[in-house]
Design a protein around this ligand. Structure first.
Ligand SMILES: [Zn+2]
Ligand SMILES: [Zn+2]
Length: 277
């Protein structure tokens, strides 16, 4: 990514919630302007995770908007996880109408903490080793509350904007995606033999005239990538953001700079991201 955009800060969303905000909800401390609601997003995500994203009454899960019920109602009862339980909207209604009695008690467990902390700091250390700038952490619960505040729909790109912390940034409408590059044409194996019993190759050659798909090459003084190859020796070259594309380029005019890596960056125009433009 650093080759496309000047990145000065990396923010990583390392998990759905911050366990510290659940254990010590800072409701009246310095974070007061972010309010108890913000911390409650973390508690809510934690409770859903703890309960396996399943209604603790009927077991419903999947494509239903699960809710978190206060066992002892507020303001008497707290917003702590041991007073909260995951229920589906139907059962939630039933509980509040006295038709369903909750039998199950929420477990008291922070097992998740150890696992997440190990993963989080391993990831953070790895990134600090290869990146010079500032590296920060965030959580899914923060991303979600920022997105709701901004009144935006859920999508990977919008979540990325929320994660960055610079939620007022104007999206340019182009999304860069890292995808696994294919080194061959992916065709299904041809079982049939042609006349003469010689089996045709099911794939294009891994290397063609010494070039692979995705190789970084020099063409007329410009650094471009090989995006298509043909047996005729005339290739297609271009830049990942689509700002340069040229077809019918003789391979002899290309000079290899760097072999293709496992991933290729592609760009995509996204109208839904032109929110503020
Ligand atoms: Zn239910
Ligand atoms: Zn309730």
């Amino acid at each position: 990514m650093l080759s496309i955009l000047p990145v000065t800060k990396i923010v990583i969303e390392t998990g759905p919630f911050d366990i510290q905000k659940i254990k010590n909800p800072d409701i009246e401390g310095k974070d007061y302007q972010n309010g108890p609601m913000k911390d409650f997003f973390h508690v809510r995500e934690y409770v859903l995770y703890r309960d396996g994203h399943k209604c603790q009454v009927c077991g419903a899960s999947g494509n239903i908007p699960l809710e978190v019920h206060h066992i002892i109602p507020r303001p008497k009862g707290s917003d702590a996880p041991d007073n909260l339980i995951t229920v589906c909207p139907n059962c939630h209604d039933g509980i509040h109408h006295g038709e369903i009695t909750l039998l199950k008690k929420p477990p008291k467990s922070y097992k998740y903490e150890t696992m997440m902390n190990i993963m989080r700091y391993r990831l953070l250390d790895g990134i600090k080793e290869i990146f010079d700038g500032e590296v920060g952490l965030t959580y899914g619960a923060d991303t979600k509350s920022k997105r709701i505040d901004a009144g935006l729909k859920k999508s990977h790109a919008i979540d990325a904007l929320m994660i960055s912390g610079n939620t007022q940034a104007l999206p340019c409408g182009v999304v860069y995606k890292r995808t696994k590059k294919r080194a061959h044409n992916r065709q299904i194996h041809r079982a049939k033999f042609s006349k003469g019993g010689i089996r045709r190759r099911a794939q294009t050659d891994f290397e063609m005239f010494g070039f692979r798909l995705g190789d970084r090459v020099l063409f007329e003084g410009k650094e471009v990538f090989v995006t298509a190859r043909r047996k005729s020796g005339y290739f297609k070259v271009g830049l990942p953001d689509g700002s340069f594309v040229k077809d019918g380029v003789n391979y002899k005019k290309l000079k290899l700079i760097e072999r293709a890596k496992g991933t290729l960056t592609v760009s995509e125009q996204r109208k839904d991201l032109m929110i503020a433009a």
